[in-house]
Design a protein around this ligand. Sequence first.
Ligand SMILES: Nc1ncnc2c1ncn2[C@@H]1O[C@H](COP(=O)(O)OP(=O)(O)O)[C@@H](O)[C@H]1O
Ligand SMILES: [Mg+2]
Length: 273
Amino acid sequence: MAVVAIAGGLGAPGATTVAMALLMTWPLPEGHRVVLAEADPDGGAILPGALQGTLGNTHGLRHLAVAGRQGQLGEAFWRQLVDVTDAGSRDRLVLPGLYDPAHASAMEPVWKPLAGLFSGIEEHGHDVLVDLGRRGAVGSSAVLAQRADAVVVVARNTLRGLQSADLRLKALREVLGGAGEVGVLLVDEGPYSKDEVRKRLEVPVTAVLPWRPKDAKVLSDGAEPPRRFESGELMRAARSAAVRVQELVAIRRSRLAPPPPGPVAAGGVNGAR
Ligand SMILES: Nc1ncnc2c1ncn2[C@@H]1O[C@H](COP(=O)(O)OP(=O)(O)O)[C@@H](O)[C@H]1O
Ligand SMILES: [Mg+2]
């Protein structure tokens, strides 16, 4: 169980699309749930995009700003979640982002308690994916990245995409101060290989997602799924990306775990006089 932050960058590399793909493919043991929180201070895309405006502005982060001021963040959080499963099983849920970026200032005091809430709900068998948006790791919402078990930066392997990811990673390193596991999720639009990207960005490439505009539009814009969408290359890659991201979290957890007890020295517990 984990909190995973997903960072975008200049030029909309596909952070929200990747976050939605991970949400839909995240491995869920019996009784577990996964929540995607669209915490982009520049405004969210899920309400008008994947959810096709069907909910208006009735749900989302904006409502948490009000609840946060009234000290009711915990209760309000659950009410703002939208089920995105076809079967209505409520095990894949979205907290839609701000519909108006002007509301970001109202969120300033809320990011920190929200980050605490995300880390706390894993006890209830929940994983949380946090879409940090384009600049979410700087300023007051940086706490979301700091409290995450792993941060993945979504980057396209074009010259422009790598330049943007490089800046984003530098900002993240400053915010994380060496703590936290960082990886790159590559959207394979451009010419650079996984190895070239790793060398250029000095960060491991956690997974590669293929360039599939029609499939991506299902996730980013709520488009009608093309035939064999679920078994298509994008969702297949997302499935293995989700497993790789979980491995990144496991690495982090094992680093933080206390070292196993060493052999009992002579004169220790049993030999105590
Ligand atoms: N793997 C992909 N293949 C093709 N197009 C993609 C892919 N991922 C994202 N896109 C497209 O890129 C655009 C921006 O995606 P979005 O997720 O909104 O970016 P961000 O959240 O980083 O601003 C959307 O039109 C989306 O359909
Ligand atoms: Mg986005």
